[in-house]
Design a binder for this molecule. Structure first.
Ligand SMILES: [Zn+2]
Ligand SMILES: [Zn+2]
Length: 330
């Protein structure tokens, strides 16, 4: 089978590799769609730890091609995959904090992933989706599961004023989730006009261009702010625009060595909660069901679809202005 293998930092190869055989507890997935995200770019450049050689791709789904002995799955089933594999037995797993499992490994990071014709997948990671689902939508289930984690931590009850900083895939999924959760105001802040226009079509009640407007002046008193840009400026802004007693959910990933000054006094007197949101602990099945329901507008987020030959060029070039999601169809 063909696969995109990361051999070393900045070194990819479209290789012919042996097609795996599923043993007990495993299935072989024929990949129909795999998203490429910022994490893949970081892994490629050596800015995020990974095994090498490894087949990249952690946002994928497809059709079950072969099952192991006495599998509960059927050949031909359309499924999404949770790439994050945990032990299920440690104190963190037992307390449902699976993102902190010390044995966490991930398909497409430490184990061969979805930018390939086939992937050997533990059955524990497989989540069936609606049979008629557009296969491209499979690429959104993992990032949606991460966004749902952020929503869980925000615990919206309806009627809140919500700001979202950053108009990438996560930001635009959070826009739609906030709408479904009944937020009364949904403000999206992003520099890219195309993304602002998309946001208005999928649920944002207002958009702000931070190049032309002072965000801290025009966005104020937010009940919940989602930081989805992973930048120092937006992290600082999020604390200014959130109301006293409000909550900042940090989904955006900065470089691991980024530091900045914070003001403990203002955190105390404003009772500000700054809450990180990491991975997709126990949210993948809800993400699979929500995507299956058709309640999200995902087509509008797809910027480019490439085959395995096109992956190198995508990873060698920064995303074009306004582009949102690139998907590989092996
Ligand atoms: Zn990703
Ligand atoms: Zn564990």
């Amino acid at each position: 089978m063909k696969a995109v293998v990361l051999k070393a930092i900045n070194e990819l190869e479209l290789a012919e590799v042996e097609r795996p055989e599923p043993g007990p507890g495993f299935s072989l997935i024929r990949v129909l769609a795999c998203g490429i995200c910022g994490t893949d770019r970081h892994i490629y450049k050596g800015e995020y730890p990974s095994s090498k050689p490894v087949i990249l791709g952690h946002e994928f789904g497809g059709v079950i091609e072969e099952v192991g002995p006495s599998s509960k799955f059927k050949v031909g089933q359309l499924v999404s995959i949770d790439p994050n594999i945990v032990c299920g037995k440690c104190p963190d797993c037992l307390a449902k904090r699976t993102a902190f499992c010390p044995e966490l490994t991930a398909l497409g990071v430490n184990i061969n992933g979805g930018i390939a014709e086939y992937v050997l997948t533990p059955d524990s990671q497989i989540y069936p989706v609606a049979a008629g689902l557009n296969p491209l939508h499979l690429a959104f289930i993992e990032p949606l599961a991460c966004s749902i984690r952020g929503m869980d931590l925000a615990a919206l009850k309806g009627g809140e004023r919500v700001a979202i900083l950053g108009g990438g895939v996560i930001g635009l999924l959070v826009v739609q989730l906030a709408k479904l959760a009944g937020a009364s105001e949904i403000v999206l802040v992003t520099r890219q006009k195309f993304r602002r226009d998309v946001a208005l079509k999928i649920g944002a009640t207002r958009v702000v261009d931070p190049k032309n407007e002072d965000v801290s002046q025009v966005v104020t008193g937010m009940d919940v702010t989602f930081e989805c840009a992973g930048a120092v400026d937006t992290f600082k802004q999020s604390q200014v625009i959130t109301r006293r007693g409000g909550c900042v959910i940090v989904l955006g990933l900065t470089a691991a060595d980024t530091n900045l000054e914070i003001n403990p006094f203002s955190i105390v007197v404003n009772e500000l909660r700054i809450q990180g949101s990491f991975l997709n602990p126990l949210t993948q099945s809800r993400a699979a069901e929500l995507v299956s329901s058709g309640k999200l507008n995902l087509d509008i987020l797809i910027s480019k679809v490439v085959d395995l030959d096109g992956v190198q060029a995508v990873l060698d070039t920064p995303p074009a202005e306004g582009d949102i999601k690139y998907i590989v169809c092996p």
